[in-house]
Design a protein around this ligand. Structure first.
Ligand SMILES: [Zn+2]
Length: 459
């Protein structure tokens, strides 16, 4: 291993130059005039993978091609099956606009101090490039890799990964593996490297309350007929109590409670309540009583009204009783809640509460399953050990409040867990002007990757 780590240290300046070459491709998947550059970035990556000794191919899909690169499989068919891990990344990037907010052109990489500025620097070219360089270090120093690796780098992540699930299904046998590793999340800072082990899911719906057959004169009819906007507000107000707890019967039934270990780990994440409040611009924080803000926004289920519509909203006044009112709702879900079941219990409860003076309809929107890798399990613990040695400090366990749909695809199609080992810092500006990637995170990420294969192979 000393050879591998020394190689990473000695060649770092060249790695940064190569990453800059990769970043010069404006591989913006959302903009059709960049199509040829998207393809050129993929081809460059295939060539680069081949140059470091990987067996790499450009695989067509109905959308942008997927780059698949495998480490050379040992010739001697050993009696015991070698472990196989899959590394996922994406070579497409977000649009760079608005261009005038960039301090330097987004596709002309610029280094300032230990930061590399370019569109795609942290999201996601720099992050999967760190893994590629770790593998290069094994191959170029003739150090035996303790497991087989396959890189799957797609070109449609920023536009919804439409071709990824069909691709995984079609190549299920070839991609059969023990786990996937994904570096596309963040860390609080370089002193707190992190494993993201849980994501929230979502259940969306639209609730509509129907009243009179048309808007009515509020002077002529008001008082004798229910107001759908008020009825809807009263219904919604009953869904959460003053302690921030959701009052829908059965809503919390499937929630896996946070363990003492998890709560202890989550408490180690640096957090400044006053700074957070200021960042949000609110007079006071609000959340479910009994949980810290960190737990509330990542590890507890929530209800949100995303949109509320009824009646007249134009200039001046219009004295009516509106014919209807509607609300778009989402529930963020935690392991092991199921979107379909949540939709059912919410709809049942709303229908039971709805007064006979109005009629209610509830339509389902999109749903997404929450996700969890057991943090005390062998995979997570192996990842934590590699983070600790690479960064030289105790890593933290993170939960993410949003969802990453591709993680569920890997789980559903390949049946394996994903280790989310992100390298992005909070001020890296992914999707924003002046996106950057920390060269320290890059260097430590390469070491982490090199150590990770040793740790994972021995699980
Ligand atoms: Zn992105």
């Amino acid at each position: 291993m000393q050879n591998v780590l020394a190689y990473l240290g000695e060649n770092e300046p060249r790695f940064v130059r190569e990453l800059c070459d990769y970043l010069r491709f404006p591989s913006v998947s959302a903009q059709s005039h960049h199509r040829s550059e998207v393809e050129a970035a993929a081809r460059w990556l295939v060539d680069h993978c081949q140059s470091i000794g990987l067996d790499a191919q450009l695989r067509p899909t109905d959308g942008n091609p997927v780059v698949v690169a495998q480490t050379p499989r040992p010739a001697s068919a050993s009696s015991h099956r070698r472990r196989h891990f899959l590394l996922y990344g994406h070579y497409d990037v977000q649009p760079a606009e608005p261009l005038d907010l960039w301090k330097s052109p987004p596709f002309e990489p610029r280094i300032e101090g230990r930061s590399l500025f370019a569109r795609g620097a942290c999201d996601n070219k720099g992050q999967h490039f760190a893994h590629l360089k770790a593998v290069e270090a094994y191959l170029k120093t003739n150090t035996e890799l303790p497991c087989d690796l396959t890189f799957v780098v797609e070109g449609e992540e920023e536009v919804g990964s439409k071709s990824l699930a069909p691709f995984l299904r079609k190549n299920r046998n070839e991609l059969r593996c023990d786990a996937t590793v994904i570096s596309d999340t963040g860390i609080p800072d370089l002193k707190h490297p992190a494993l993201t082990y849980a994501l929230r899911g979502i259940c969306a719906m639209e609730v509509k309350v129907h009243g009179p057959s048309r808007d009515l004169h509020s002077g002529i009819c008001g008082g004798s007929v229910d107001n759908p906007a008020l009825a809807l507000c009263q219904l919604l107000a009953r869904l959460r109590d003053k302690n921030g707890r959701i009052t829908i019967p059965g809503f919390y039934d499937d929630v896996i409670p946070l363990s003492a270990y998890e709560r202890k780990q989550l408490a180690r994440i640096p957090f400044n309540e006053a700074a957070y409040r200021k960042f949000l611009g609110v007079p006071k924080l609000f959340g479910e009583r009994g949980y810290t803000p960190q737990e509330q926004r990542t590890a507890r289920p929530t209800i949100e009204i995303n949109g509320l519509t009824s009646g007249y909203q134009g200039e001046g006044s219009k004295t009516i009783i509106p014919a209807w009112a509607s609300a778009k709702l989402t529930f963020r879900l935690v392991p092991n809640q199921k979107p379909q079941r949540i939709h059912k219990v919410v709809a049942k409860h709303l229908k039971r509460l709805c007064p006979p003076t109005v009629r209610i309809t509830i339509e389902g929107g999109h749903g997404g399953e929450p996700y969890l890798v057991p943090p005390t399990g062998p995979l997570a613990q192996a990842a934590l050990r590699s983070l600790k040695s690479a960064f030289g400090c105790e890593p933290v366990l993170l939960r993410e409040g949003g969802s990453i749909p591709i993680i569920s695809d890997f789980k559903k199609i390949l049946g394996v867990d994903a280790l989310m080992l992100g390298l992005a810092l909070p001020d890296d500006n992914p999707h924003s002007p002046n996106e950057k990637f920390s060269l320290d995170a890059f260097a430590k990420g390469m070491r982490m990757s090199a150590l990770l294969w040793q740790e994972l192979a021995s699980t």
